[in-house]
Design a protein around this ligand. Structure first.
Ligand code: C5P
Length: 230
């Protein structure tokens, strides 16, 4: 089925404590964003890539897409919003009619593996909605506002959500329409589908698919790139 990829890259990256937004930081010779998009280029039937970014980085992003995308993949850059969810909604508006599956993938997860992307696409074709994740290595505590522990959910049932999160286009569009109507925001896209009572399948991904968030993550990333080169 024809696929479209949305890359939210409009975060300010305050946790990274750098002027340049995270996806545009250089990592061993190329930007994180370039590495991330490149991971999807080999995906069969990928027809379109839409990147949500800041006004200031629109032109740079268009140039990047022109440089790295092959002819059969259409590249677009749009201005993002205040929240990740707004950035994705703006990108969703630009998805071509022909797309059947929409993949959403954080700009700052350059280490996603091809086999996991494929497994997730397969699950999304079957179920309508699927995401990559890994079992939580740590026990998760649910806190109240005073940082007192309310409860400890069983660790075996706790998984960390990664991206890509992949959806049938109509389902994602409907989920975004409802979320907006009801003023609901979440930190990932699958939440909006869950809220509709629609099933969402978790597909086990890899431990390398980290979200580069904190300064220490950049050091880890350099090590991973060196390892992959070997
Ligand atoms: O903030 P968070 O870590 O959830 O960001 C995940 C991804 O969403 C990043 O790639 C970031 O650039 C993007 N984002 C966005 N627009 C925002 C906030 C975050 O595109 N307003």
């Amino acid at each position: 089925d024809p696929k479209a990829l949305i890359i939210p890259a409009a975060g300010s990256g305050s946790r990274m404590r750098k002027e340049t937004p995270k996806p545009y930081l250089m990592l061993e010779g190329c930007t994180i964003l370039e590495r991330t998009i490149s991971a999807f280029i080999p995906l069969a039937s990928l027809r379109q890539v839409v990147v949500a970014t800041s006004e200031a980085l629109l032109e740079d992003t268009r140039d990047l897409l022109k440089t790295i995308l092959p002819d059969h993949i259409d590249g677009l850059a749009v201005v993002g919003g205040a929240e990740r969810q707004h950035s994705i909604r703006n990108a969703l508006d630009q998805i071509a009619d022909e797309a059947e599956l929409v993949l959403v993938h954080d700009a700052v997860r350059p280490f996603v593996e091809h086999r996991h992307i494929e497994a997730c696409c397969q699950a999304a074709s079957e179920v309508g909605a699927a995401l990559l994740g890994v079992p939580s290595r740590d026990t998760i505590k649910h806190l109240d506002d005073q940082h007192m522990v309310r409860e400890t959910p069983p660790r075996s049932q706790m998984w960390q959500a990664q991206t890509p999160q992949i959806f049938k286009k109509e389902l994602l569009t409907e989920a975004y329409r409802r979320a907006e109507e009801e003023d609901f925001t979440a930190t990932d896209d699958a939440s909006l589908i869950e809220r509709m009572g629609h099933p969402v399948k978790m597909v086990e991904g890899g431990r390398m698919n980290i979200k580069l968030t904190y300064p220490v993550d950049l050091e880890l990333a350099s090590l991973l790139i060196a390892k992959n080169r070997k």
